[in-house]
Structures are given as C-alpha cells and as structure tokens.
Design a protein around this ligand. Structure first.
Ligand code: ARG
Length: 570
C-alpha cells in the first residue's frame, strides 16, 4: 500500500501540474491527503478534492472530474471513479498480484522490513525489574512493549542494544538485609527463592508501619553496603543471584535475551564524575543536607541527587547510565519503557541532563504505558497483593495444555506448543490495547480461540501450514484473481509495511497486534468462502495457494514482532 499510495500520489501531482499549471502541490502533499475509505465498496483509496479546492481555486467535483483522466493507461495499477467531490481509486488485481504477492514471495520473512535505521544505534532500556521485589504483571508492559520495540527497530535496520537496567541498588537492599537478619533463614530462602525474599520485603513494610526505627536501620544497612561492608555485599550478591535465576525463566518463556544486564549498581563508580559536573555547573542546591537540582523554573519538583548521608539515588544512577550509554554506544535514540507513573520522573531526568549541557538530551525518549489490574484490583508490591508473571504464565500454559489433551491428544511437542500458545495468549491480549490505556486482564478472554486473541492468530497460521502441507508443492501457473475475498487478503497484506512504520513512529506495538487480527479475519473469510485445495481451475488453485502461503509468511513475521511464536500445528 505504501508504494501504491506513492505511485498514485505521483501520478496525481503530475496531472495537477499539467492541468492547473501549478507546481504548488508535491507528490508528498497529495500523499498526505489520500484517505482510506471506511467502507471498501467505495474504493481502496480516496482523494477528498475539497482539500485541494482552495489551492486550485476550483470546485471539488470539478477537480475530481479533471483528475479522473489521470489514470488512463494505468490500468495495471488502478481504476478510478468520481463520486461528488471525491475521486475514488481502486487497486487493480494485476497490481495486487505483481506488486504485492510477488514482493512477499521475493522478500519472504523480510517483507515489511526497511533500511531506515541503517548505520544508527538504538538503546532500549526495558523490563528492568527491581531485584528481590516480585516480577509481577505490572512488569508485563515494560517487558513485552520494550522487546517488541526492539524487534521493530531491528526490522527497520537499526542496530539495537537491549538493556535490562536491573534495580540492583538502593534502599530496598537495606530493608531486605534488616528483614533477613531479623526474620529470615538461609534454608528457607534457598528453597523458596524469590518468593521468600518477597515475603521478607512485605513483612518489613508491615513491621515498619508500627516501628519507624526499622526504616532508619534499613538506611544504615544500605549506607554500609555502599561503603563496601563485606557481609552486606555478600548478602546483596546472593539476593541478586536468586532473583536473576527466577527472571531468566520468564524471559526464556518469552524468548527474550538482553544485550546488557548492566543494572543500577554498574554505575556506582560512574556517578562521582556526574555529581562533580552538576556541582561545576552550579546546578546543585543543598536542602536539609540533601543535594538536589531545583527545577521550579520548569514547573517540576526538584530532582534529588544525594541524600543527606551522601548516598546516591535512582536519578543519580540514571544520569550516569545515560552518559555511559552515549559514550559506549553513541546511540541515535535511547528509549526507556516504564509505567506512566514514571513520566514526571523521566521529564525531570531529561531536563537535568539538558541543563548539564549534554546536547543529546533530546535523543532520550520515555515510552510510558498504563496500569494493569486483574479482576479490577490494583496491584501493590508493598502489601503483597501481586500476581506474579510466572504464575500468570503457568496458569495460561496449564489451561492450553488441558485443551490440547482434550482436542488434539496426538499432537507432537505438546509442552512446547502449550507454552507458545499460553504465554503468547497473555502477551497478545496485553499488546492488543494501545499502550497508554489502563487495562483489566481477563484470562478467559486472552485464551479464547475466537475473537481477537493470540490463540486465534496462531491457529490461523497453523491453518495456512496445514493447507500448504496437504497441497504439497505450490504449482507454477498463471495467476488469476476471481473472488473479492482473494483481493481483500492481498490488500490487507499490502498494508503491512505501512503498519510497521506506524508502529515504529508511535512506539506502539498494538498497531501490529491489531493488524494481525485484520489479516487473520481476511484470511479466514477467504479460507471459508473460496475452495483452495479443491478448486478445479489450475490457475485459481495455484493463486489461492500462493495467497495462503503469503498470508502465513506475514502472520508469522507480524506475530514474531510482538514476541509470539508460531507452531505449525496446534
Ligand atoms: N527498575 C525500575 C522499576 O522497576 C525501572 C527502571 C527503568 N529504567 C531506568 N533507567 N530508570 O520501576
């Protein structure tokens, strides 16, 4: 569609220049005026001519009439029709076959990719759980939006560096150390792993409500850790190991690996240089012993850099991290994916980096997302009211496994398929909404084989595989489009490259998720209404098999871009 739109714009721009003697409108201007009619019966693309009438000083229906003739001789591309002030344009079947189908066959799984990012590096900071706190459903957003954005950037030719900016430093370690020494035991933690750590964390908060001295004790233990105390350091390392082991299980289920695991503690020795720079630039104000950057001129609360005891904070580490990343990767963009709760924080951070004189501050991008609740309940780590991601995945996998046993007990690789479909269902359901929306997660909806779900899309892919398997080779024959359902699938396929670009420009994986549903819907309509294997005419059969194959290719690529696997049999 992208090239189709471009071709049409060029022809129209030419005609306008010819007929109106005006070169005011470029092909680009025309391209931005072209619309997709909501109802396919009106055409595939429309030019609302009232948008031109002011510039061309002519009434819209007259403009439409004059431009109508532009397409004579372009029957291979489209046909046109005038309807009042609209010029409606319809893609020709020849174009759909030669430009769309042939291109997909030629590009295969690279169809839709581009070289936009060639020579550029993008750093993506995502997932980034806080060690020893639970990896819960609230982290689903950063993890899958972040990874999908990485895959989309790679698809557009960028070199990508995915960083798991682990929250492995900060006062929570002071809390855990206090809690562990008071109420924990090594055996219990070794056997219960992260759950036992989370229990300690929750207990600490409950007890500290009653006894404030615990908070001071936690600050003291963290300070000791910062100063290199060997006992605290050993405990800290142990907590990190336990947590990482657990995260890895979830990341593996999602098919995610990172290029760097440099967490907050990685920047301990890189902070002094930045604190010094803040001082040099006269940006630090001392308030009650703490050092901060006053941002009142920008209508924002101050950004804390050092606590009164001299220990560092989350923003201190983020400043050092941004500078380190710029120096190490020379990024074109550095993207941070976190919940919208941190939007103000990132605005403050980016402002401080700008004030420090780093001229790349405008290449730092915060991509926020909304909250997730389950059954309408908000989640909070401190009270222990959380749904762990691993439990959510386990539940989904279990349900899918049961369904396979019931419906397809002879299936090979049942465990792998159940994992791909179960985890995929959760991810798909989550990524179906635009990221900023708050969502309420309902497992039954996610797992349904009908409707706009991951299992439905994966099942459609498996259906394409099964048709092709039964067909054997796709025969060589002249192509022939005979049904509107065939043309519709090809039109949807033609839009994929454009969808990839939109998803990238808006940092919005849901554009791909929704596209997958459009494609699956068009494919299934075609599948149900047009006999494929039993088509009598050789050309019709061959063309339908090619459409099936192209649909499978694009469903697979698109699902891959949102972190879903595509088993060939379900
Ligand atoms: N660990 C943080 C959290 O769980 C997210 C880190 C985001 N990245 C960053 N560079 N601050 O809230």
């Amino acid at each position: 569609m992208l090239t189709f739109k471009k071709n049409i714009s060029e022809i129209l721009a030419h005609t306008i220049a010819d007929q109106f003697g005006s070169a005011i409108l470029t092909a680009g201007d025309i391209c931005s005026m072209l619309e997709y009619p909501p109802d396919g019966t009106m055409g595939d693309l429309a030019l609302p001519c009232f948008k031109l009438s002011k510039v061309l000083k002519t009434a819209p229906p007259k403009i439409a009439q004059s431009l109508y003739g532009a397409f004579a001789g372009h029957e291979n591309l489209c046909s046109a029709e005038v309807q009042g002030g609209y010029l409606n344009i319809r893609i020709s079947p020849a174009y759909l076959i030669q430009s769309v189908l042939a291109k997909i066959e030629n590009d295969g799984e690279m169809y839709g990719s581009s070289r936009e990012g060639e020579g550029k590096t993008v750093v993506l900071d995502y997932a980034s759980p806080n060690i020893a706190k639970p990896f819960h459903i609230g982290h689903l957003g950063t993890t899958v939006i972040g990874h999908s954005l990485k895959l989309l950037h790679q698809f557009a030719g960028y070199k990508c560096v995915g960083i798991n900016h682990l929250g492995d430093w900060g006062t929570q370690f002071g809390k855990l150390i206090v809690a562990y020494r008071k109420w924990g035991s090594r055996e219990k933690i070794e056997s219960g792993e992260i759950d036992a750590l989370v229990e300690l964390y929750v207990k600490f908060h409950a007890e500290a409500e009653k006894d404030d001295s615990l908070n001071q004790a936690a600050r003291d233990e963290f300070k000791k850790l910062e100063d290199g105390d060997p006992d605290n350091t050993a405990l800290w390392k142990w907590f990190i190991d336990l947590s990482n082991r657990e995260y890895e299980i979830t990341f593996r289920q999602l098919g995610i690996t990172f290029d760097s695991y440099a967490g907050e503690s990685f920047y301990i020795d890189k902070m002094p240089e930045q604190v010094e720079k803040l001082r040099e630039k006269n940006l630090l104000t001392v308030d009650n012993g703490a050092s901060l950057v006053d941002l009142s001129a920008y209508n924002m609360p101050p950004c804390l850099i050092l606590k009164s005891d001299g220990s560092t904070l989350y923003p201190t580490r983020d400043i050092a991290a941004a500078v380190y990343r710029k120096r190490t990767y020379d990024f074109d963009k550095c993207i941070y994916v976190t919940s919208a709760g941190q939007s103000l924080y990132f605005a403050q951070l980016f402002k401080v980096i700008e004030l420090m004189g780093y001229d790349w501050y405008d290449r730092l991008i915060h991509v926020p997302y909304g909250t997730v609740s389950i059954g309408g309940e908000k989640l909070a780590t401190r009270t222990g009211n959380v749904v762990l991601l691993k439990d959510l995945f386990a539940q989904a996998i279990d349900k899918v496994r049961g369904r396979i046993e019931e419906k397809n007990p002879g299936l090979a690789d049942k465990d792998a398929v159940a994992e791909a479909v179960g985890v995929g269902a959760v991810v798909f359901h989550y990524l179906y909404n635009s990221r900023i929306k708050d969502i309420n997660f309902v497992m039954e909806d996610a797992l349904s084989f009908e409707g706009n779900t991951g299992p439905y899309a994966q099942y459609t892919y498996a259906r394409t595989c099964s048709v092709l398997e039964k067909a054997g080779a796709v025969p060589e024959a002249e192509e022939k489009i005979t049904a509107p359902e065939e043309a519709e699938v090809l039109k949807v396929l033609s839009r994929f490259p454009e969808k990839v670009q939109t998803a990238l420009a808006e940092y919005e994986p849901s554009v791909i998720t929704r596209y997958i549903i459009d494609l699956c819907t068009a494919f299934n309509r075609f599948y149900h209404n047009c006999p494929i294997l039993s088509a009598a005419d050789v050309s019709v059969r061959a063309t339908r098999l090619r459409i099936t194959r192209a649909s499978g290719t694009v469903i697979k690529t698109a699902l891959g871009l949102i972190c879903l696997r595509t088993p060939e049999k379900i």
